[in-house]
Structures are given as structure tokens and as C-alpha cells.
Design a protein around this ligand. Structure first.
Ligand code: FE2
Length: 215
């Protein structure tokens, strides 16, 4: 691990806690190699620079339009997205969302199943590596997907949940069957409570929104 301002956030569950939907091997590799790799690469890039004292959000905002600093942007964005992804999952997840968010889901999609269907459809539509987000756009929920490391900094809406649809998220367990990974995560791991919590944190998430992109 490199020295630097950023740290790999620990997982809030054990390595085997998401099995069999996400195996311990995938979890350890994804968090311990891929996520750690983004954090370490970012630390190596920002140490001794103007970005050294910035948060991940600040670094993403500062570099998102700077072609020459694309590596800084990509690693900061991937570090942020992964931290958000781990919080979007919990053992024994899925099922019925809490009352704080369920009415908004039903208003936007018609039903919880229609919402998870929309998330699955977005995962299928996302060609190549990327992320699928449930977002709040001024009280209206929607599903969007982004490419590579792009995420909240390219959206004008507030993220509530995210699914990682990079191959490294599922290949060891599902090979090329992204849809099977997504369905299992939606049904058994999705932390609706995290989405509900994010609905109540307007100021923190607003900091990640920009004038760019849209929902
Ligand atoms: Fe990932």
C-alpha cells in the first residue's frame, strides 16, 4: 500500500457474508485488489500535488474536465464509486424497501419489481464497464447508467444506490453472465435502507452534483 491521503474503507461485513451471491474470492479480490488498487494509484498520483489535501469528491470535481489529469479523475472516481457500491449491499438484502422510500419507488416505476427490472435492464444496456445507479432527481427517482469510472460527478441527480457492472465484479462467480449476477444482487443483497438514508442527506449528496450530464 502506498502512503497518501486516501484510505481503503473497510467493508462493513465479513468476506463470506455475501456468499453465494458474491463469493468470498470475488469479494476479497474486488475489495482487496481492485478497490485498493484505485486508492493506491490515486495516492501515488496526488501526493505532493495540489490534490493532496482534497477529498475524493473535491478531486473528482477538480479534474473531471482536465484531459491531462484523466488518471487522477479515473482513480478518484473509481475509489468513490466502489465505496458507494459496498454500502449499497448487505447480507440478507433485497426484498421490500422501507416506508421512507417505497412510495417514491412506486410513484416513479409503478412497483418495486418494476424498479428492479429497470435496474436490470440498465445493466444489460450498459455496454462494457460501468455502473448502474438509482438516483433522485428533485424527488423523482430514476435509473441511469454511466461508463467506466463516471458517476455522480457527471450527473445532476443524487445517487441512492449503485451496481458495479465491471466484469471484475462478477466474472469469477458468473463468468460472462452479467444478468445472473445483477438479478441475484437485486433480489438478495440490495440495501434499500442505504437508499432511504441517502434520500435524507440532501446536503451531503448535493455536493456531488454538477451542472454536467443529467438523469
Ligand atoms: Fe469494481
Amino acid at each position: 500500500m502506498t502512503d497518501g491521503p486516501h484510505r481503503l474503507p473497510p467493508l462493513r461485513f465479513a468476506a463470506n457474508a455475501l456468499d453465494p451471491v458474491i463469493s468470498p474470492r470475488t469479494l476479497q479480490h474486488h475489495h482487496g485488489k481492485h478497490h485498493r488498487g484505485y486508492v493506491d494509484a490515486l495516492n501515488a498520483l496526488v501526493t505532493g500535488t495540489v490534490w493532496a489535501d482534497m477529498s475524493l469528491q473535491e478531486t473528482i470535481t477538480a479534474t473531471r474536465h482536465q484531459v491531462a489529469n484523466r488518471k487522477v479523475y479515473n482513480n478518484a472516481a473509481q475509489a468513490w464509486n466502489h465505496a458507494f457500491y459496498w454500502q449499497s449491499l448487505r447480507p440478507g438484502g433485497g426484498g421490500d424497501p422501507p416506508a421512507a422510500i417505497k412510495p417514491l419507488i412506486e410513484a416513479a416505476f409503478g412497483s418495486v419489481k418494476a424498479c428492479t427490472d429497470a435496474l436490470a435492464a440498465a445493466a444489460a444496456e450498459r455496454l462494457g464497464s460501468g455502473w448502474v445507479w438509482l438516483v433522485d432527481h428533485g424527488g423523482q427517482l430514476a435509473v441511469v447508467h454511466t461508463a467506466n469510472g463516471d458517476g455522480p460527478a457527471t450527473l445532476t441527480c443524487r445517487p441512492l444506490l449503485v451496481l458495479d457492472v465491471w466484469e471484475h465484479a462478477y466474472y469469477l462467480d458468473y463468468q460472462e453472465r452479467r444478468a445472473a449476477y445483477v438479478k441475484a444482487v437485486l433480489d438478495k443483497l440490495l440495501d434499500w435502507g442505504f437508499a432511504a438514508d441517502n434520500l435524507g442527506q440532501e446536503s451531503r449528496r448535493t455536493a456531488m452534483t454538477t451542472e454536467d450530464g443529467g438523469c
